[in-house]
Design a protein around this ligand. Structure first.
Ligand code: TYM
Length: 321
């Protein structure tokens, strides 16, 4: 069984990426799994090329620093030729309506003066990412489940129209930490690209800054440490973060905590502890560029091999090779 997932270097990795995704990938790791840095997905809105290159490298180091086996990681653009080819085939299997109704597209394009075509077609590239190596399971947070649904639909459609080529993948979302919220605005999910960084905890941030962000986290006036997501979203978010770090349920995590101040300190301690080794291992790796280059090159080779066979049969079935 192959699990596959990715993180886009559109900013620095944040706590939601880590608790909702990266950490699980590391725990469940099997030899055939593939986890990658989806740098081509970071081009769908305005970006700076030098910054993208640096963020991709940092993200690759974070994946390994988080405990994912170096044999399982790669950078998406290292197999750009295969993915772009498959993407064209899948774009011609997909309808305009299917991509136009993606929630993320609607959110990101709303009110924008210009919208890059890649922002619309990006879920098709993501389908290529998933279908090329034949992933069975795709562990993602809630926000990506709709994109995996599209990949399933395209796989089925291609298989019935042109012939069996693709494994129909399944999204797997976590029970806890599927949607970590912004500490300063619990109505929004925590995101790398949020302008106001006071509510976003970054994986490589130092302990003092992490503590300060938790101390300033928005709560409410109820004054009770209880897990009630609808009535107390800020407090519930802190309890979910704590629960993801300790392994208890959010309800159990609330027991014995008397005040919001105590809750914030407890969560800050747990997060700092959780990220300590990840940060250290990532920084060590970033300080050894030759080792990181070596891992990247080996990953690229392995990823290319994994997709080769399927891509040629897809092209043959589609009548173009
Ligand atoms: P990205 O970079 O937005 O997010 C990476 C992973 O982190 C999860 N995540 C969260 N989980 C909980 N709480 C949050 N606040 C939070 N924010 C993000 C996401 O659900 C995701 O699992 N398009 C994808 C990357 C991608 C991909 C793929 C994933 C490219 N190709 C193929 C799976 C399979 C993305 O931009 O994720």
């Amino acid at each position: 069984m192959t699990r596959l997932s990715a993180v886009t270097p559109s900013g620095h990795a944040q706590l939601g990426n880590y608790l909702g995704a990266i950490r699980r990938w590391a725990c469940e790791g099997a030899p055939d799994d593939l986890y990658f840095v989806s740098d081509m997905h970071a081009m769908t809105t305005a970006y700076n090329p030098q910054r993208l290159r640096a963020l991709s490298r940092e993200m690759l180091a974070i994946l390994i620093g988080s405990g994912i086996k170096p044999e399982s990681v790669f950078v998406q653009s290292d197999i750009a030729a295969q993915l772009s080819t498959l993407s064209w085939v899948l774009e011609c299997t997909c309808t305009f309506g299917e991509v136009a109704r993606m929630i993320q597209f609607k959110e990101k394009s709303a009110g924008a003066k210009t919208v890059r075509l890649g922002l619309l077609t990006y879920p098709v590239l993501m389908a290529s990412d998933i279908l090329l190596p034949g992933a069975d399971e795709v562990p993602v947070g809630d926000d990506q489940a709709q994109h995996v649904e599209l990949a399933r639909a395209l796989a089925r459609r291609f298989n019935t129209t042109y012939g069996e080529a693709f494994v129909v993948p399944q999204a797997v979302t976590p029970k806890v930490a599927a949607r970590i919220r912004d500490l300063a605005d619990p109505d929004r999910k925590m995101a790398k690209s949020t302008r106001n960084e006071t509510g976003v905890v970054f994986v490589l941030e130092d302990a003092d800054m992490i503590r300060r962000k938790f101390q300033r986290a928005v709560t409410d006036t109820a004054g009770r440490v209880e897990y009630r997501p609808d009535e107390q979203p800020g407090v519930a978010n802190l309890l979910e973060i704590l629960s993801a770090c300790t392994g208890q349920s959010p309800k159990t995590a609330a027991e014995g905590i008397g005040s919001y101040r105590e809750l914030k300190e407890t969560v800050a301690d747990a997060v700092i502890e959780e990220l300590r080794d990840v940060r250290k291992r990532t920084q060590d790796l970033l300080a050894d560029p030759a080792e990181l280059d070596r891992i990247r090159a080996t990953g690229a080779e392995r990823a290319a091999q994994r997709g080769e066979h399927r891509l040629s049969s897809v092209l043959r079935l589609a009548g173009i090779a």
